[in-house]
Design a binder for this molecule. Structure first.
Ligand SMILES: [Zn+2]
Length: 508
């Protein structure tokens, strides 16, 4: 996220026949905060989409009495609607059944083959259809899929397939990991992948010939679904047909993923890119898993507290975004509960932030007819000087929680200024200059909060902006917007509804 380089972030493409859950919301929100922060500093782009091929999809379509294409078409809208529900704004949504994706996959396959990295062989081995993964006999547990989340029966496959010479890239990958410890974060995932690399990589099959729901290869068979899926990150940028356009501007990008798919993104995908003489991803960050406890009472019924749609209905998108990124370091596993969410909503958001805005504007209305006084230049202006750089550095390093901690230091400073300087006493004592200075600090401080919080809470930060009587939205270049004194004297403020009205626990 340097000022000179355009920024590109991706979520994994979501498996089309899955059900949207809190983990999808988490990745989507984090990607959105990253790209909104980057957009405040220069060109930035975010991608999400759906993974639509594979035997599991074909089986599900057959069970639903549809063709695979009809089936995926019927499910795609639910994934397109996911980001807007969480107020996330992506520049592109790619489906792996789109022609633009098919073209890129076949071009990449040809390049790798021309390089001598793709060869024909017979694959015989165990396959977990649920995970779309081949497993060596030695890895099976009680004859079943070794994935702890799965443990389903595996099937024996014997197929003539195309193989990728992954083993050739073992040493270069090791060297790359050693030279670039930030290539994969957090450290725990990095260590896991290093262990796999040290153990040694085997060539693997990148096509299937026993079923046909995939990208067809000349001479028969279809691409292995994972091989096909990973390529979405560059097919959405128009490689190779339009390689001078978005691809030249935005690649390499950064991948946000769940920790369970680190191997595909940091070993297989980089090797594929290397083979095609393309740049490796800039960074990969594997976030943790969220668990939940307790149910969620919405109206009269009890819902699943892990259902992100119910949480948005109860708390709003902005509060959920804030909660998920403030509750735990990005990269760690953590648990959520409706009680914790309600508590953060009422204290951090309602008491600290919402009341700050309400109190500040109420005093301005009472003592100055709601008009912003002349700019002051005191304690708050000094405090905020380094804030944009701190927040941006934290966000760039995926330290969302620390970024919010910094922003909340400003919230606390402004609240403390009211409590300590007691504007009502300044007013009574006729100390108008000091009162003006304090009121200006509060309003200008709120304007800064609105700009800094926009990536995290786009709707509520816009409400702050509007209540301050400002035109447009707080979506601005930070270099221009975050200059102390930007709020003009004489601006007529416009107090409105409370930002985060208190949410009471449901009656027992
Ligand atoms: Zn499995």
């Amino acid at each position: 996220m340097s000022p000179s380089r355009p920024f590109y972030v991706t979520t994994p493409i979501f498996y089309i026949s899955g059900t949207p859950h809190i983990g999808h919301a988490y990745t989507t929100i984090a990607a959105d905060v990253l790209v909104r922060t980057a957009r405040a500093h220069g060109p930035a782009r975010a991608l999400t989409g759906t993974d639509e091929h594979g035997q599991k999809v074909a089986n599900a379509a057959a069970a639903a009495g549809m063709t695979p294409q009809e089936y995926v078409d019927s499910l795609a809208p639910r994934w397109r609607e996911l980001a807007p529900v969480f107020d996330a704004r992506f520049d592109d949504f790619i489906r792996t059944t789109e022609p633009r994706h098919v073209t890129t996959c076949l071009a990449l396959f040809d390049r790798m083959r021309a390089k001598g990295d793709v060869y024909e062989g017979v694959y015989e081995g165990w396959y977990c259809t649920h995970d779309e993964t081949f497993w060596p006999e030695a890895k099976l547990i009680d004859g079943r899929c070794p994935n702890a989340e799965c443990r389903r029966p595996v099937q024996w496959l014997s197929e003539k397939n195309w193989f990728f010479r992954l083993s050739k890239y073992n040493a270069p990958l090791l060297a790359h990991f050693r030279a670039n410890p930030d290539f994969l974060r957090p450290q725990s995932r990095y260590n896991e992948m290093m262990a796999l690399l040290e153990e040694g990589l085997e060539d693997f099959s990148i096509s299937r010939s026993s079923f046909d729901w995939g990208i067809p290869l000349p001479g028969g068979g279809v691409l292995y679904v994972w091989y096909d899926a990973l390529i979405n990150y560059i097919s959405a940028l128009g490689w190779p047909d339009d390689a001078d356009g978005l691809f030249a501007e935005f690649w390499p990008g950064m991948h946000l993923i769940g920790k369970e798919i680190a191997r595909f993104h940091t070993i297989i995908w980089p090797a594929m890119l290397w083979s095609a003489d393309l740049p490796l991803p800039a960074r990969v960050f594997a976030h943790g898993w969220i668990t939940g406890d307790g149910g969620l009472k919405i109206g009269k019924s009890l819902g699943n507290a892990m259902d992100p749609y119910l949480l948005v209905e109860e708390f709003g998108a902005d509060a959920l975004r804030y909660f998920l990124l403030r509750e735990a370091p990005f990269g760690s596993d953590f648990s959520i509960s409706v009680d914790k969410l309600r508590q953060r909503h009422n204290s951090d958001l309602g008491n600290d932030l919402g009341n700050l805005l309400r109190r500040s504007l109420a005093m301005l209305a009472k003592y100055r007819d709601g008009l912003v006084p002349e700019p002051s230049d005191g304690r708050v202006s000094e405090f905020v000087a380094d804030l944009p750089v701190l927040v941006r550095d934290h966000v760039s390093a995926l330290r969302f929680r620390e970024a919010l901690d910094e922003i909340w230091n400003l919230v606390a400073l402004l609240n403390r200024a009211i409590d300590e300087q007691k504007p009502w006493e300044l007013h009574k004592a006729g100390r108008g200059v000091e009162l003006d200075a304090l009121l200006y600090d509060l309003c200008e401080g709120m304007r800064w909060l609105s700009v800094l919080l926009f990536p995290f809470m786009p709707t509520k930060s816009t409400a702050i902006w509007e209540q301050l009587g400002l035109e447009g939205t707080p979506e601005r270049a930070w270099a221009d917007a975050l200059v102390w004194g930007g709020l003009a004297a004489g601006t007529q403020t416009n107090p409105g509804a409370p930002l985060f009205p208190r949410i009471e626990p449901p009656a027992a």
